[in-house]
Ligand binder design. Structure first.
Ligand SMILES: NC(=O)c1ccc[n+]([C@@H]2O[C@H](COP(=O)([O-])OP(=O)(O)OC[C@H]3O[C@@H](n4cnc5c(N)ncnc54)[C@H](O)[C@@H]3O)[C@@H](O)[C@H]2O)c1
Length: 489
């Protein structure tokens, strides 16, 4: 069933929400009175389309339909989820919530993107306060999974469960806060860092670039994978957290911080910071910086996926969800090549030439082989029980280039196999154009002895069924071919 999201306010954050829902298969209705809104949202969507679909190794569902509405009513009346992302002023939020509640379905979720207001403040005076809660995301909403879900007792646990499930369904991580507080958790933290940084610049201790370097070359990447407390636990050495606290606790009393004071936010400070920021980053346009940021975020999140840690572990979980919701092609017809890959080329698969690196062709074909192995029953459970296929030989032909963001589809033919052997032929396509072929020869191995051994009878017979059916097909052009050497001179 397709869900519909109404996006009220389509700026930086509303645009990000629209992209997140749309690319995860929801229909999206946007209402924003700004005549420039459609153009601005188009830019956010373009960034999302080049970065999000390749983030996972499983294809996302087909994009939903996007519609710009001329009235708020048109946007919200059939929506399952209404996300308010209007400017951060309480009277605008109240007016918008009241207008939404006049025309929306009573069971629809109304989430507010507010960075600072508490849910009880948003619910005050509302027709149905139980419908309203804070769902605070992080920019870029289409890539960063965190949503702080802040509720009041009015919301009820059933509604909160629905909200969490829907957010997880679009690949997000709902962090439900048990108590409301101004600015929730993450922004309180960021505010503290921001205040400290303003003082450091104002007092001439460090420039904007030096402060950013202090973050990105050190504790920033540490935080990205373990956060604050787990990092400090490790810093305590073998004695752990208690030792860490005993060692550094007294330092809190030293007059290091100016956290409680705010520097005068006058023109001088604004000019100083804006000038340093121009020196630091003025060589790039904002669009370029957005794309650099997205490339880096995708690369970091995918790196953490290989470690099955933090945001990377979340990606793996989302892939399981995508597989379960049946977005991957299922093999049915034994007489045709089987689709073993259908994915978007991710941003971290391209090289300095701007196209997919040759090593990634191998990765895509290896993933396709894994998929074929799973289809014949050599799946995770079979491997855990002690049997698997190991690749003995590979031959890849690179016929054409492919860029990040393009969809590649792999079709596989079983050229031969049985007993210890498995011989596969993969063809990689972009739409109907073949861009590479990959031939794999594998041997079944006993994982205890690490020596070749026959596959189980069940796997063997499933494989033979494919080999027999595919044997009826013409032999693929290029199969069995080695490198064509230059003719003798
Ligand atoms: N920018 C961030 O990093 C960030 C992060 C998390 C949450 N937020 C929160 O998200 C909300 C939106 O912030 P933003 O950064 O996207 O601001 P923005 O200025 O980029 O976008 C606000 C949009 O709302 C539209 N708008 C104004 N009045 C409206 C109305 N009555 N009905 C419909 N649309 C209306 C504006 O035309 C504009 O396009 C704020 O509550 C903010 O605190 C911002």
């Amino acid at each position: 069933m397709t869900h519909t999201a109404a996006i009220i306010g389509g700026g930086v954050i509303g645009g990000g929400w629209a992209a997140r829902f749309l690319l995860n298969g929801w229909d999206v209705h946007v209402f924003d009175p700004d005549p420039e809104a459609e153009r601005k949202l188009g830019q956010v969507l373009a960034n999302a389309r080049r970065s999000l679909p390749g983030l996972t190794d499983v294809a996302l569902p087909a994009e939903g339909r996007l519609q710009f509405c001329t009235t708020l009513q048109g946007a919200v009346e059939h929506a399952d989820w209404i996300q308010e992302s209007v400017p951060e002023r309480l009277e605008i939020k109240h007016k918008t919530m009241a207008a939404i509640q006049q025309v929306c379905r009573p069971e629809a979720v109304i989430g507010s993107s507010t960075s600072g207001f508490k849910p009880s403040e948003l619910q005050a005076g509302a027709a149905r306060p139980e419908q309203i809660m804070v769902c605070h995301p992080f920019n870029p909403v289409y890539l960063l999974p965190l949503v702080e879900v802040v509720t009041t007792p009015q919301n009820g646990s059933e509604r909160i469960d629905v909200v969490k499930t829907l957010l997880q369904g679009v690949g997000m991580y709902p962090l439900h806060l048990k108590k409301e507080i101004d600015a929730h958790v993450a922004d309180r933290f960021l505010e503290a860092v921001w205040r400290e940084a303003l003082w450091l610049v104002k007092d001439g201790i460090a420039t904007t670039e030096e402060i950013d370097d202090a973050i990105r070359y050190g504790f920033g990447i540490r935080w990205a994978q373990m956060g604050l407390f787990e990092t400090y636990r490790v810093a305590g050495g073998e004695a752990g957290m208690k030792h860490f606290m005993a060692q550094f606790g007294p330092a809190l009393k030293w007059p290091w911080t100016k956290l409680m004071d705010v520097p005068d936010f006058d023109d001088d400070l604004v000019d100083l910071i804006a000038g340093q920021s121009d020196d630091q980053s003025g060589a790039y346009t904002i669009t370029e910086l957005e794309q650099i940021r997205d490339n880096n975020l995708v690369a970091m999140m995918r790196a953490l996926k290989t470690q099955d840690w933090g945001v990377g572990a979340l990606l793996t979980k989302h892939e399981d969800h995508l597989r379960e919701s049946g977005t991957e092609a299922q093999p049915v017809d034994h007489t045709a090549p089987v689709v073993t890959g259908n994915r978007v080329v991710p941003l971290d698969w391209t090289d300095y030439n701007g196209h997919m690196n040759e090593a990634r062709y191998l990765q895509a074909f290896a993933d396709a082989t894994d998929q074929f192995m799973a289809i014949i029953g050599c799946d995770a459970a079979y491997i855990a029980a002690g049997g698997s296929y190991f690749t003995a030989e590979t031959h890849i032909r690179h016929l054409d280039e492919v860029n990040a963001g393009q969809i590649i589809r792999i079709e596989t033919t079983a050229l031969g196999g049985g007993g210890k052997k498995l011989h596969l032929w993969h063809e990689m396509y972009v739409a109907e154009k073949m861009i590479a072929t990959g031939e794999h020869f594998l041997l079944h191995v006993d994982l205890k002895t690490r020596k070749p051994s026959p596959a189980s009878p069940a796997v063997d017979s499933a494989l033979k069924e494919w080999v027999e059916a595919h044997g009826e097909r013409p032999r693929p052009e290029g199969a069995g071919r080695a490198i064509v050497s230059s003719p003798p001179r």
